[in-house]
Design a protein around this ligand. Structure first.
Ligand code: DGJ
Length: 713
């Protein structure tokens, strides 16, 4: 198929219409609400109806916004492809040579004969209504021509004029995914990442929407760059009224130089749309992830990770006591964190020496592994394969395996450097070590950490920038290990939530959402990480009474009720927990086990409650027969008693019984006496009423929460 067609893909209430007429690169006619069946003639009319006049002092042609915009077409915003061949061919003019449609996907090939480049664009609308695109650039010039130095590929999606507000995330260690909102003015809101990992400050989803959009209202368009290395994401509005979201990998100088016949494949760039707010936009990402054949479907096991219980202080007696207590309350997976390998008595040494420390573990890990398995729990282990401490045998033997530029070393971070996995021998060593450990202990779970940004990540001996090679090598390493050990699950951790993106999720089974397990902080971190990931992929643990990272003290109800809306676990020295704590925790674990099919398969809903102190979050079963909600009091409210709270996402036509669900925090004293429906044990109302007027919220102290069960009657 070639020349001249419009394509219209539709799924799950979203549609993507492409103008592939003429020889120019495809243009998005429409991305957003499903417009129903549209014939090519109608789409041509849509284009014509939107065709702008030529403004004064502009080029004398209508400038298209192609999915990869080109300067040669008159585009003066951020260009789609940048690079050069010995200084020439800085601007491309691709002409389409073939268009192949496969269901809801299209592959467009184009050539710029003069520049000696071929471009292949893959664009599709997934069953969940997500758009995704990627580009492959190939140097087609003769072997004796200069190579093509590629500086960047940016893929775009248009957003309409009415999207006047932007939302993106920033963050830091212990406070990932802090939202920031601002007006979408003319210019470029550019977020660049040069950390060599997705980043604790990652944008995650760059959203443009109607003013005041929320979780349940306002039209929104969001973009996610699925890449775990350097990347960029931007929202741009031109003086000509064009608005777009765009993204791609951020390439360092000289990082990609294409010799004859060589290709560069960009990351997938995803676009998600919500007609009625962020929940719908998030739901498409969740639906897409859940549709993967490899999506973790097993009941997600209750996990005890021992990091905050013992840190580096590994003692078999203490760890077996922890295992006993954990098994006694219903734990299903026990994870031994950092500190088990040679020389790792603190965070100054040992990374790279992936052999069990004989001084701490004279009989290997077997005594603990056997004990844990004997209790009926799965055993998991922490690793940080991409890192090396200068104080390690590995660094002493192979200083040339460290990512560095020339003779100088990058500044250390957490006393560590980054191992150059682009170096074949370093890669082979790490693969062999991981394979050996996984095999020796028949491991089914690895917590895979990555605790520093890449700084001056040069590859020796060439001295070339090595972030892309490193990112691809990590993907290869994960893929190889998983193919050798098909039952192995891997958790993506990076100083907490520093490596959360859809490409790492192609080869990992959950993320460690944050090193901060203070439940109040977690309320916001989990809410915003949920824009991309469904609850079953979010590692959420109950910590000690006083959070180690903030010192805040919370009730068990607030801590456990917050962890419930994810992949539930604990990170608490259970030997310090009282009998009462353990009994309460047992109740929470039972509740989690009972709810996990719903929590890990249902639709996540978030209330746009007018009181910023009261957060409403729920999960509704796909058939809307049941749901569970939390009402979390994240601060004191201005008003008292609280107002009514809507429970979104239910079937408007069905009748539901809403009732308090144990365990949960106590409702505040005398007010509870007056909360009639609560003391009655529940109320029956139509979904339409619950979703709009709702029910009166119980009065709670700050940093408490209650659970509500909702069942169709
Ligand atoms: C950072 C992780 O995020 C923590 O959970 C823990 O595994 C430490 N690293 C161990 O060094």
């Amino acid at each position: 198929m070639r020349d001249g067609t419009f394509l219209h893909f539709r799924s799950a209430g979203a549609s993507l219409a492409l103008d592939c007429t003429g020889s120019g690169l495809p243009r998005v006619v429409h991305w957003g609400e499903d417009l129903g069946e549209l014939s090519p003639a109608t789409l041509a009319a849509v284009v014509r109806a939107g065709r702008p006049q030529i403004a004064t002092n502009n080029v004398d042609v209508v400038v298209p916004l192609a999915v990869l915009p080109e300067h040669s077409a008159g585009w003066q915003g951020t260009p789609g492809l940048t690079g050069h061949r010995a200084g020439a061919d800085f601007s491309t003019a691709f002409a389409v040579t073939s268009i192949e449609q496969h269901g809801q996907a299209v592959e467009v090939t184009a050539e710029d004969v003069g520049a000696g480049l071929e471009l292949r664009l893959e664009i599709e609308l997934t069953d969940a209504g997500l758009v995704r695109q990627r580009a492959t650039v190939t140097n087609q010039a003769e072997a004796d021509a200069a190579p093509f130095a590629l500086s960047g590929v940016l893929l775009t999606l248009p957003v309409p004029e009415r999207a006047t507000e932007l939302l993106d995330m920033t963050g830091r260690h212990l406070r990932e995914r802090s939202p920031q909102r601002h007006v979408f003015t003319i210019g470029t809101h550019l977020r660049e990442n040069r950390r060599g990992r997705t980043g604790t400050d990652a944008v995650t989803v760059h959203v443009a929407g109607e003013p005041g959009f929320g979780f349940r209202s306002g039209e929104v368009w969001g973009l996610h760059v699925a890449w775990s290395g350097n990347h960029r994401s931007l929202a741009e509005r031109t003086i000509n009224g064009v608005g777009l979201l765009g993204g791609g990998e951020l390439l360092l100088a000289g990082e990609v130089v294409l010799g004859a016949g060589e290709s560069y494949v960009s990351p997938w760039v995803y676009g998600s749309y919500g007609r009625t707010g962020l929940d719908e936009l998030a739901g498409r990402f969740h639906g897409h992830l859940r549709a993967r054949p490899g999506h973790p479907r097993s009941p997600r096991p209750v996990t005890l990770n021992v990091w905050e219980a013992v840190y580096f202080d590994h003692d078999l007696g203490k760890l077996t006591r922890l295992a006993d207590l954990a098994a006694g309350i219903g734990t299903e997976r026990f994870v031994l964190d950092d500190g088990w390998f040679r020389g790792r008595r603190d965070d100054h040494a040992g990374l790279g020496d992936w052999y069990v420390d004989e001084t701490v573990w004279p009989d290997g890990l077997n005594p603990l592994v056997d004990h844990v398995r004997g209790l009926g729990m799965e055993f998991g282990l922490w690793v940080e394969p991409e890192m090396v401490n200068p104080n390690s045998d590995l660094a002493r033997e192979h200083p040339e395996w460290i990512l560095a530029t020339g003779d100088r070393m990058p500044p250390e971070s957490r006393h560590q450097q980054v191992l150059d996995l682009g170096h074949p021998e370093a890669y082979a060593y790490i693969l062999e070590r991981l394979d050996a450990i996984v095999s020796e202990y028949a491991l089914t779970y690895l917590k895979w950490d990555h605790n520093r940004d890449l700084v001056e990540a040069g590859h020796s001996p060439t001295g070339r920038a090595g972030v892309r090679a490193q990112t691809l090598a990590v993907y290869r390493l994960l893929d190889e290990l998983r193919s050798r050990h098909p039952r192995l699950e891997i958790e993506s951790c990076s100083s907490g939530g520093g490596r959360i993106d859809l490409e790492i999720l192609e080869r990992t089974d959950r993320v460690w959402t944050s090193d901060c397990i203070d439940a109040l902080e977690r309320q916001q971190i989990q809410r915003w990480t949920g824009l991309l990931l469904p609850p079953e992929l979010l590692g959420c643990h109950v910590g000690a009474h006083a959070a180690h990272t903030t010192g805040r003290v919370h009730t068990l109800g607030f801590r456990a009720g917050t962890a419930l809306f994810g992949h539930f676990g604990m990170e608490w020295d259970l030997t310090q927990a009282t009998e009462e704590d353990l009994a309460a925790l047992t109740g929470w674990i039972e509740r989690y086990k009972d709810l996990r099919p719903l929590l890990h398969g249902g639709t996540v809903v978030t209330g746009d409650h007018p009181d910023p102190a009261l957060w409403v979050r729920g999960v509704v079963a796909p058939d809307r027969s049941r749901a569970v909600y939390t009402l979390a009091q994240v601060a004191t409210s201005v008003q008292s008693p609280p107002g009514r709270v809507a429970l979104p996402g239910l079937d408007p036509a069905a009748e539901y019984r809403v009732s308090p669900l144990a365990p949960g925090d106590e409702v505040r004293g005398p007010a509870s006496d007056r909360l009639a429906w609560w003391t009655d044990g529940g109320v029956t109302l139509p979904g339409r009423v619950l979703g709009s007027i709702g029910v009166r919220a119980p009065s709670q102290h700050p940093e408490r929460l209650v659970l509500l069960s909702v069942e169709r009657v």
